[in-house]
Write a protein that binds this ligand. Structure first.
Ligand SMILES: [Zn+2]
Length: 266
């Protein structure tokens, strides 16, 4: 006899890690502005709590630059200016760039050794990435960047898989193992964690407003307004679920997972 019902979700054995106990955070983002847009308030709060944060941007973002009169070098310089200004506001100490073609033809097997290099070099205790399991996401840069970051988080500890930098691999082999304790997915619709951002919202809004190369002067205030409405909606959902203190006005949703739960049903 079979027993049928609507699907029932079996919880993971592994508890949700506390990202605020993490001190070295590697943010692997598809484009220059994604982490600030999706998680800038949380990342600013982590900086305030003493975390060191590196943003690793996978794409070159050249498709998104609105001024078509700029050549690639000038467009790249304007993107970098915006990102540095935003990083100063949030408190991000390091920016690295992999420069894969924006919305272009790149292979995860080229990107993956670069992410091994980033992880082995920076030795994060938490990795942030876009949620590759977001139910609706049409942009391949987003879902595949998240998928490669998640895979790199679980495979970067395997010495037989080389990174793109032999010198970093040699240093990493000689050092003590240091596995990440948490992977936090932003742009998620299945949050485990509601991160209150009332104290850092103004910085997030100011940082996002620096992305002039990719948004017009009319679009930027509209983007901030939309992010504000979303942050308030997320806070209401979190308060109603009992996961945020009553009175929280703005929050960001994160799917935080123990890396051991990223492979098989742990
Ligand atoms: Zn993006």
């Amino acid at each position: 006899m079979t027993h049928q019902s609507a699907p029932i979700r079996i919880p993971s054995l592994l508890p949700t890690p506390d990202i605020f106990s993490c001190r070295r955070i590697l943010v692997i983002q598809p484009h220059y502005d994604d982490a600030d847009i999706a998680a800038g308030g949380t990342l600013a709060a982590l900086v305030d709590a003493g975390a060191e944060i590196r943003y690793c941007t996978m794409m070159d973002d050249l498709v998104g630059v609105i001024d078509e009169s700029l050549d690639d070098a000038a467009a790249a310089a304007s993107l970098l200016r915006d990102q540095r200004a935003a990083a100063k506001i949030i408190g991000i100490q390091e920016l690295t760039h992999l420069n894969y073609p924006d919305a272009g033809n790149w292979s995860r097997f080229d990107v993956r050794p670069d992410l091994f290099r980033e992880i082995r070099d920076f030795r994060p205790d938490a990795i942030f990435a876009a949620d590759p399991w977001l139910r609706v996401e049409a942009h391949r840069d987003h879902w595949e960047a998240g998928s490669i970051a998640a895979e790199a988080a679980i495979l970067s500890g395997i010495p037989k898989l080389a990174s793109s930098d032999a010198a970093i691999d040699a240093l990493w082999r000689a050092a003590k193992p240091n596995d990440a304790r948490a992977v936090a997915f932003f742009y998620t619709d299945e949050p485990t964690t509601f991160s209150p951002i009332d104290a850092t919202w103004e910085r997030k809004a100011a940082a996002v407003s620096e992305y002039h190369a990719q948004f017009t002067d009319d679009e930027l205030p509209q983007l901030v307004k939309t992010l504000d409405a979303k942050a308030q909606l997320v806070a209401r959902v979190g308060v109603e679920a009992g996961l945020l203190p009553a009175g929280t006005k703005r929050a960001e949703p994160l799917k935080v997972i123990d890396p051991r739960a990223l492979h098989g049903a742990r």
